[in-house]
Structures are given as structure tokens and as C-alpha cells.
Design a protein around this ligand. Structure first.
Ligand code: AMP
Length: 200
């Protein structure tokens, strides 16, 4: 085992996924998380630097740390549902939901959800996209946390906020692994509480 692996192994023992297991998480280990994000230039099209989170997900210490940081920031807010945005948001939102004792709700691209659903469309750089939730995703007044991997222009997150509120949920906050600060997506969240573990 190299020094890096040994260090992360120690960290894993000290920071389990269960909130409160080892006391409060006082700092986010941004160096660990950042070391597990891979920049892929010109994907999916020229000029875009894609933030690939698969190395982070493949590293149990980094993955656990990210989930724990999100959970500790929001679980004590009395979260009823954690909404994950397709597709990478699902991977993060599901363990956060379990850590918070909340349900998981998938926000999906148009045409993927099987039952009665509602959608909100939003503009992308080229064309538009629609995000959908099942009509019965929430009980009235459910307290909702929205989770995704990347906050870029904020269009996806803002549309999801609108949809959750249309369906009777109360958006307590949003959590992201990564915020691309230069795109100012936070401005579209209308002052709602949001946590980004890393900002570039
Ligand atoms: P936006 O609506 O512009 O905030 O885009 C957010 C959505 O697009 C998220 O679901 C991200 O997964 C994805 N996304 C946007 N930009 C990037 C990027 N540079 N790297 C990885 N994912 C991105």
C-alpha cells in the first residue's frame, strides 16, 4: 500500500458514511476530492472541459467523504426526500438519502419516467432539455434536498427547483460535488441554500 492509499485508508476508518458515527465532520477534505476529479477537454464537444467524477466514485474513501459532507450539511434539516438529477446525481443522491433517513426521488430526462409525470423545459447552450418528476413524488410539504454532480449554468438545477415546488415539495437546499463558478449558476438558485464541495 502506498502512502496515499494508507492515508486514505485511515481517513476511511475515521469517517464512515453514517452521519454522527465518528462525530461531526469539521472540514471538507477538498484536496482528496479534487485529486479524484478528472478534467476531460473537448467532451462532449469542443471547448467544454468535462468534469469526470468516475475516479471519485471508484475511490471508497473519496466517495464516502463526499457523501458524508453532503449529509452532514443537510440531514439535520429534517429532509423527507432527496432528489437526484439524471444521471450522475442519482449516484450521489441515493446514499445521501439513506444517510438522512429520507426517500430517494429520481428527476429524469423527458420520457423516462413510467407513471403520470410533469416536466419543466429549460434552455441549454444549444437547444433545450426537459426534466421530469412523477406527479406523486412528494407528500404535501415534504422537505426536499436536490443533489447533482455539477452546477454549471444552473439551468438544470433551477428547473428542478421549479418542478419540486410545483409538485408541493419545499426545497430546503441543493448539494453539488462541483460548481463551475465562472458560469454563475448560483445566481439562478434565487438565494436558496446550496453547498458545493469544490468550486472551480
Ligand atoms: P447546467 O444546467 O448548465 O447547470 O448543467 C448541469 C448539468 O450538466 C449537470 O447535470 C451536469 O452533470 C452537466 N454538466 C454541465 N457542465 C458539465 C461539465 N463541465 N462537466 C460535467 N458535467 C457537466
Amino acid at each position: 500500500m502506498d502512502a496515499d492509499a494508507a492515508e486514505h485508508g485511515t481517513r476511511r476508518r475515521h469517517h464512515g458514511v453514517s452521519p454522527g458515527e465518528d462525530g461531526p465532520l469539521t472540514t471538507i477534505d477538498r484536496a482528496l476530492l479534487e485529486s479524484r476529479i478528472r478534467d476531460v477537454p473537448d467532451f462532449p464537444k469542443p471547448g467544454i472541459v468535462f468534469k469526470d467524477v468516475t475516479p471519485l466514485l471508484a475511490d471508497p474513501a473519496a466517495f464516502a467523504h463526499a457523501i458524508e459532507a453532503m449529509s452532514e450539511a443537510f440531514c439535520d434539516e429534517g429532509i423527507d426526500k432527496v432528489v437526484g438529477i439524471e444521471a450522475r446525481g442519482f449516484i450521489l443522491a441515493a446514499p445521501v438519502a439513506l444517510a438522512c433517513g429520507a426517500g430517494f426521488v429520481p428527476a429524469r430526462k423527458a420520457g423516462k419516467l413510467p407513471a403520470a409525470r410533469r416536466g419543466v423545459s429549460y434552455e441549454l447552450e444549444y437547444g433545450s432539455e426537459t426534466i421530469e418528476l412523477h406527479d406523486d413524488a412528494f407528500s404535501p410539504g415534504d422537505r426536499v434536498l436536490i443533489v447533482d454532480d455539477v452546477l454549471a449554468t444552473g439551468g438544470t438545477a433551477a428547473a428542478t427547483v421549479e418542478l419540486v415546488e410545483t409538485l408541493g415539495g419545499e426545497v430546503v437546499g441543493l448539494a453539488f460535488l462541483i460548481e463551475l463558478g465562472f458560469l454563475d449558476g448560483a445566481a439562478r438558485l434565487s438565494g436558496r441554500r446550496h453547498l458545493s464541495l469544490l468550486t472551480f
